[in-house]
Design a protein around this ligand. Structure first.
Ligand code: TRP
Length: 327
């Protein structure tokens, strides 16, 4: 089976955009791929984190991912910092990455723009991501367009490493998930629904209750026309609702558009579809929270499986680079 790997940061809550854009694909992929999903807590600390909150957010994210359908018996779900090889490989890869290459990363430019402390870790973040991917001989990295540059850098690093030291690292492919929905903010439908929106009226959290879901969708921005049509440029708000309802019910937005001629019924059905989609996830999440030890056992098992693969890769890397064995 081909191996896929995709990581997710324990910062902010998972929202409907994550679910329909990525997570649903991961859940489907786990049966046809060997799937690795690290919760990337080491990436999270490139910006300051409150320790208690980081710990709680990490466990909570694991519970949300499991509630959404990632099955730790089927895929490898683990916490990045539980597998020490991530930082070990990241260091040696930093030594095969050009300073100029990192300076060109869009995400670094964006994230360092409006903060008063820019850590060196934020700068080398893409190399840690490359280590995440390369430790597991990953074939495909199913991430969105915003991560394309990081995956391309990962390929460059792997190729350069192999040119220097022999065929040690597998070169991964980037894959834009086929049917992953692009869910936009309900109030500002020209920007992506974003994390950590909390009470934000434009974001629907994975664990949001039926009343909040209905209210937010009822108040979603549309436009002053009355025509239901999928057109992201001219009708971003309506198109977003079509996209959400389509993704929640396994249809294309165009198919959904053909079934409506007024905004009211479209909003109603969109809200009900989302309520129905989230209900079992909330139920499962509550069960998992009642017994946190179950999730912690699952994460420990995931770290064991991941750790065995990572240790083998790191042994190859050390040997190839000429580090003296401990003996
Ligand atoms: N950088 C990714 C993001 O911002 C998260 C991430 C970390 C990741 N390691 C990864 C994604 C490895 C894919 C593969 O979303």
């Amino acid at each position: 089976m081909p191996r896929v790997l995709s990581g997710i940061q324990p910062s902010g809550d998972v929202h409907l955009g994550n679910l329909l854009g990525a997570l649903q694909n991961w859940v489907a992929d786990q049966h046809s791929h060997e799937s690795f999903h690290p919760i990337v807590d080491l990436h999270a600390v490139t910006a300051p984190q409150d320790p208690g909150e980081l710990r709680a957010a990490t466990l909570r994210l694991a519970q949300m991912l499991m509630a959404a359908g990632l099955d730790p018996e089927v895929c490898v779900l683990f916490v990045q910092s539980h597998v020490g090889e991530h930082t070990q490989l990241a260091w040696v890869l930093e030594c095969t990455t050009g300073f100029g290459e990192l300076r060109r990363m869009h995400q670094f430019k964006d994230k360092s723009a409006d903060v008063d402390f820019v850590s060196a870790g934020l700068f080398t973040y893409p190399v840690l991501q490359a280590a995440d991917i390369l430790l597991y001989d990953t074939d495909v990295v199913p991430v969105g367009d915003d991560q394309r540059q990081h995956v391309e850098l990962t390929r460059d690093i792997a190729q350069r490493f192999n040119a220097r030291y022999g065929e040690v690292l597998a070169v991964p492919a980037h894959r834009i998930p086929p049917a992953g929905a692009r869910v936009m903010d309900l109030q500002e439908p020209t920007r992506k629904m974003s994390k950590s929106a909390g009470e934000a009226p434009g974001t629907i959290g994975l664990l949001e209750g039926p009343e909040a879901v209905r209210r937010k969708i009822r108040r979603a921005v549309t436009d002053s026309e009355a025509e239901v049509r999928f057109d992201r440029d001219a009708k971003p708000g309506v198109s977003n609702l079509l996209e959400i309802l389509g993704a929640a019910t396994g249809r294309t937005p165009q198919e959904v558009a053909a079934a409506y001629d007024r905004y009211g019924p479209l909003k109603n059905d969109c809200a009900e579809a989302v309520v129905e989609l989230l209900a079992p996830i909330r139920r499962r999440f509550d069960e998992l929270c009642a017994d946190p030890a179950e999730t912690q056992r699952a994460l420990a098992a995931g770290a064991k499986t991941a750790g065995d693969v990572a240790a083998a890769t790191m042994a190859r890397v050390r040997e190839a680079m000429g580090f003296l064995p401990r003996g």
